[in-house]
Design a protein around this ligand. Structure first.
Ligand code: ADP
Length: 267
């Protein structure tokens, strides 16, 4: 997958199980969809799917994720946490913290845009999509998909205003194999405590540290509704505490179907 060798060989992987089994595809519809197909045939926890290109990459609420060939990281990891299904959505901020730390390891400063994006400056370099399957109160599996614009040089017109890549921002080619290894390693670090108890204390610390929305005036978008508010805090459960501009009332915003925008642009 590295440009110089065109070989897929994850580097800097230091885990006990995450990413030990990696399915590498030149092309797939969506790595989350592929991963879910494999989960249904009883794959092991930590299974990772990586693709060079997605033909139907997805964001939340069925939105599209642009995933051109050879320049990005399009990957999904399968987890089987033994926690209440209600906690499964925390895997999204867990993965965001992992991407943020992996980039930091590589000398790249980024920001976490709660709940599921990583940005540089005011543009998005990474999106995260978590999906799960449950039987009653048990989680069968959680699949967390991570899409990163790594060496992308140009974006389609409709994305150019809000998307950027590591290459555009740093001016340098970034080794995808190394970044994948580092992200998987951080996922395992954070997942160890989450796996059985649902604990995300360390993750919250990182998310607060890297957050670009804390203290900011933002627009909350839920369906057709738009609310102007100030972000007051990220609580110990990773949810957002906001103060409505309109009447000063304070609300807890649960991630999921909410999008956040700056008052004057993407953020
Ligand atoms: P939002 O950012 O609006 O909350 P999502 O997190 O679901 O929404 O991400 C999907 C959105 O991200 C798409 O509607 C599109 O605007 C944008 N997008 C799609 N592909 C990319 C990409 N490769 N890089 C950055 N942004 C993208």
């Amino acid at each position: 997958m590295d440009r110089s060798t065109e070989k897929f060989e994850v580097k800097n992987l230091n885990t006990e199980y995450i990413g030990h089994s990696i399915v590498y595809k030149k092309i797939t519809d969506s790595t989350n969809t592929e991963c879910k197909r494999l989960c249904d045939s009883r794959a092991e926890e930590g299974l990772t799917v990586v693709a060079e290109k997605q033909t139907a990459g997805r964001g939340r609420l069925g939105r599209q994720w642009d995933s051109p060939e050879g320049t990005g990281i399009w990957m999904s990891v399968m987890l089987k946490p033994q926690v209440n299904p209600e906690r499964a959505s925390k895997v999204t901020i867990l993965a965001a913290a992992a991407v943020y730390m992996a980039l930091k390891d590589m000398g790249i400063d980024s920001g976490i845009k709660w709940p599921n994006d990583i940005v540089i400056g005011s543009k998005k370099i990474c999106g995260i999509l978590t999906e799960m399957k449950c039987t009653g109160e048990n989680i069968d599996y959680v699949v967390v998909g991570i899409g990163i614009n790594v060496n992308t040089e140009k974006f389609p017109e409709d994305l150019a205003e809000k998307a950027t890549s590591l290459k555009i921002e740093t001016g340098q080619f970034v080794d995808r194999n190394e970044l994948i290894g580092r992200i998987l390693t951080w996922i395992e670090v954070f997942y160890q405590s989450f796996r059985t108890s649902g604990d995300i204390n360390k993750v919250i610390e990182i998310v607060r540290q890297g957050s670009i929305v804390l203290g900011k005036d933002v627009l909350l978008i839920r369906g057709n509704e738009e609310i102007q508010c100030k972000v007051r805090d990220i609580d110990n459960d990773g949810e957002l505490l906001v103060e409505y501009k309109e009447d000063g009332s304070v609300h807890r915003v649960i991630s999921g179907e909410i999008s956040i925008r700056g008052l004057y642009g993407y953020i």
